[in-house]
Design a protein around this ligand. Structure first.
Ligand SMILES: *[C@@H]1O[C@H](CO)[C@@H](O)[C@H](O)[C@H]1NC(C)=O
Ligand SMILES: *[C@@H]1O[C@H](CO)[C@@H](O)[C@H](O)[C@H]1NC(C)=O
Ligand SMILES: *[C@@H]1O[C@H](CO)[C@@H](O)[C@H](O)[C@H]1NC(C)=O
Length: 326
């Protein structure tokens, strides 16, 4: 049965905001925050903007940039279903590199919701200019999805995407036009995936020929926190949020550390883990059922002010200013 991911949007319940004085410590820098939202969401949504506000009140002085692929909310939402993810990433790379604040900051923090999480990881691997300091993902599909979830009855975009998926997940057309198809991965059928996956097989470096740059760039992260929703039935399998492999026949979960992507370190996760830079978190709830409390804790822990010291720059050999944990 073919199913498609339903519309996922953040809770729109108003978040409590309080204005705190701006940190005025010359020793520390408040890095900007970039947010990439999930499927069916758009940059204009109240829920997303509440998250941005919470980031600012939790860490005063935070400049927040919500990634948008189109000028209008409806266009931006449409782009979560339809498009060539690699082309979308190129747009995002150009968008972040041309933002006067992001491009001149010592580094940026990044927050990805659901599919936005694996796309931001793709940003780090493919561009990373400006460089990401801490990457935090919630309910993301780092190891892909093995099922498409069903749409709401009245959701035109979702239903249109679903009918295209019916035409065949691995066709060139679907792989270059339907977003969730580009991170579809069924462990029982890896061959067509490795051959045709337009996005995930590439950024996970699963093909014979490895992109060494992907590993080099991802290894420069200061921290990479992956949150899994304990009761996630929308993103299947939920363990994908932790890069784990799930066998749907016998229910076995193979954790990242036992998989080749890690043991052979195709993308730098082993390097990061050995430096204690990977964080695997599990939180209660269904897909993207985020509480203000969980978010605030994550923002304090990963997006707080950092002390600025001179360190080697990431994309060239010359010394530059890179933020270190405070
Ligand atoms: C998707 O976009 C990438 C990056 O722009 C491009 O190289 C690739 O050819 C595109 N794929 C298709 C099928 O158009
Ligand atoms: C999943 O489990 C079944 C039963 O143990 C096994 O036959 C199959 O090979 C496993 N699939 C993968 C991809 O390892
Ligand atoms: C959520 O998942 C946990 C762990 O799998 C389980 O013990 C619990 O019963 C689930 N809760 C709900 C409401 O389904």
């Amino acid at each position: 049965m073919l199913r498609l991911i339903p519309i996922i949007s953040l809770a729109t319940s108003a978040l409590t905001l309080s204005i705190k004085p701006t940190l005025n410590d010359a020793e520390t820098t408040q890095l900007p925050l970039v947010i990439w939202h999930g499927l069916g969401d758009d940059f204009e949504r109240d829920g997303l903007n509440s998250v941005a506000d919470l980031a600012k009140t939790t860490n005063p002085g935070t400049y927040v940039h919500i990634i948008q692929l189109e000028e209008t909310g409806s266009g931006d939402r449409q782009a979560t279903f339809f498009g060539n993810v690699s082309a979308q990433l190129e747009t995002v790379c150009a968008q972040l590199a041309s933002d006067p604040i992001l491009s001149t900051a010592p580094a940026i923090n990044a927050l990805g919701f659901s599919q936005g999480g694996q796309f931001l990881r793709g940003y780090v691997e493919r561009c990373n200019t400006p460089a990401v300091h801490n990457l935090v993902t919630f309910g993301s599909q780092h190891n892909g999805i093995s099922e498409f979830q069903s749409c709401g009855m009245s959701d035109w975009f979702c239903n249109a995407a679903e009918s295209l998926l019916r035409a065949g997940t691995w066709t060139d057309f679907v792989q270059s036009h339907v977003v969730p198809a580009q991170y579809f991965r069924d462990p029982e059928e890896l061959e067509p995936y490795l051959e045709n996956s337009a996005f995930l097989a590439d950024i996970n470096n699963e093909r014979e020929e490895k992109q060494e740059d992907y590993k080099r760039r991802l290894s420069t992260l200061n921290g990479f926190a992956m949150y899994m929703f304990e009761n996630d039935t929308v993103a299947v399998p939920k363990e994908s949020a932790h890069f784990a492999d799930f066998n749907s026949t016998d229910g076995t979960v193979t954790p990242l550390q036992k998989r080749k992507i890690y043991t052979e370190d195709w993308i730098g996760l082993k390097v990061l883990d050995q430096q204690d830079k990977l964080d695997f978190r599990t939180i209660p709830g269904e897909h993207m059922q985020l509480s203000e409390d969980v978010l605030e804790k994550a923002f304090k822990e990963f997006f707080g002010p950092v002390s600025s010291v001179v360190m080697p720059a990431q994309e060239d050999e010359s010394p530059g200013l890179i933020a270190q944990p405070a």
